[in-house]
Design a protein around this ligand. Structure first.
Ligand SMILES: [Zn+2]
Length: 408
């Protein structure tokens, strides 16, 4: 299919304007929906990652498998009716490490990094995920997410979104104690902000319509887990300030399409910080000057409390942008498929607390933020991919039903 044909197809699709009205303001748009970013990698792709780690295949051969899975992700997402599509992060070692390493085992690690960094998270089922450790300056990304956007634009007929990692996650690459010889913490943070800005900007330049920043470390920052020292350092405000150093470099127009995703983690069908009271995060998170937020909620026990907190804390005017709250109505860690009716009811409840023009629907998290993920509760990653598509259909249909009921 030629590019011109694809562009023609893309035209009549609704681009969701911030605030939910068309530019003229005459017509209300339905409640927008957006996925976080990732989908389970097919078992075959996960095997290819292992073979690459084992030196049995080349990086080019791994990339060929990634490309196949990415194409399948985009085609299947387009069939669901998803407004913005992604490759499901099939080409990424993880949502957090794609700039730094080809695989989670550390094959293809960038310069100035070693494999043995801090635990980014210890999950409830006991498994953990580790970050690399910075050994010297300067800190530079090896891979920018725009590389994926460029490839996805070649395939997609719908608008493309891309998730990127936050500066606050990158902050954890620097040792918690002391300074690296010849590379001060201050210089490092300044380099992090530069690289994150570049990452977002290049995604837009490559044609992404939406870019969301993954901020899973936000909730974890109040966990006080003695096994994981950084979670006891009261770092949330530093995280927020660092994210704003990046966001402040973008115009109001750009920030309308820059989001922030919060969740208590999602890996191997397990979480890392769900016991941290949400108030401790939501009181602060909306200080980030982003235009929209993708907020885990469906797996919370008291969802209405979360809607209320989001209604109270999200801002009409965050340095010129209205903050839209995309509430999680789908739980990617459970193989049970939500019904559209359930999604509708959740959104109608949410609309009691959040103005409908600032309400959207999302999933609690990416469906598989890490490239090696067996999805144990699902039985297999291949099955989990099918389930993910069914869940996305339920989200989209439920948002449509809620829009009707609420007259949005
Ligand atoms: Zn998440």
């Amino acid at each position: 299919m030629g590019r011109a044909v694809k562009q023609e197809q893309a035209k009549p699709l609704p681009v969701i304007p911030p605030g939910g009205t068309t530019e003229g303001g005459e017509r209300e748009m339905p409640i927008p929906t957006e996925l976080v970013g990732s989908l389970p990698r097919p078992a075959k792709l996960q095997e290819a990652y292992q073979e690459y780690d084992d030196g049995k295949i080349t990086f080019e051969q791994l990339q060929a498998e990634q490309d196949k899975a990415a194409q399948d992700s985009i085609e299947r997402l387009e069939q669901t009716g998803e407004t913005f599509v992604t490759d499901g992060e099939q080409r990424e070692s993880s949502f957090a490490t794609y700039p730094l390493t080809h695989t989670l085992a550390g094959t293809g690690l960038a310069d100035n990094l070693a494999g043995d960094g801090q635990y980014f998270a210890i999950f409830d089922d006991g498994h953990h995920r580790q970050l690399p450790r910075l050994t010297g300056g300067p800190f530079r990304y090896q891979t920018f997410a725009s590389e994926f956007v460029e490839k996805n634009k070649e395939i997609a007929s719908r608008p493309v979104k891309q998730a990127v990692i936050s500066p606050s996650m990158m902050m954890l690459l620097y040792p918690l104690e002391g300074e690296i010889d010849g590379y001060s913490r201050e210089q490092f943070l300044s380099d992090v902000v530069d690289e994150c800005e570049k990452d977002v900007r290049k995604c837009f330049e490559a044609g992404a319509e939406r870019v969301s920043i993954d901020f899973t470390e936000g909730r974890l920052a109040n966990k006080n887990d003695s096994r994981n020292p950084w979670t006891g350092r009261d770092m949330l405000q530093d995280f927020i300030d660092l994210n704003n150093r990046v966001l402040d470099r973008f115009s109001v127009e750009e920030r309308r399409n820059i989001g922030v995703h919060t969740c208590p983690g999602g890996d191997m069908d397990s979480v890392h910080s769900k016991e941290v009271p949400y108030e401790q995060l939501l009181d602060h998170m909306f200080k980030i000057n982003a235009g929209y937020f993708l907020i885990q909620c469906s797996s919370e026990d008291d969802r209405e409390k979360v809607y209320k907190l989001c209604g109270e804390n999200s801002r009409e005017d965050a340095n010129g942008v209205q903050q839209v709250c995309f509430m999680g109505v789908i739980n990617p860690l459970s193989p049970d498929v939500e019904t559209a009716e359930h999604v509708k009811n959740e959104l109608v409840t949410a609309a009691k607390h959040i103005p409908v023009e600032r309400l959207g629907a999302t999933d609690d998290c990416g469906f598989s933020p890490f490239s090696r993920d067996e999805k144990p509760r699902h039985g297999s990653p291949d099955f989990a991919r099918d389930v993910a598509m069914q869940k996305i259909v339920a989200r989209i249909e439920g948002a449509r039903l809620a829009s009707e009921e609420l007259g949005a």
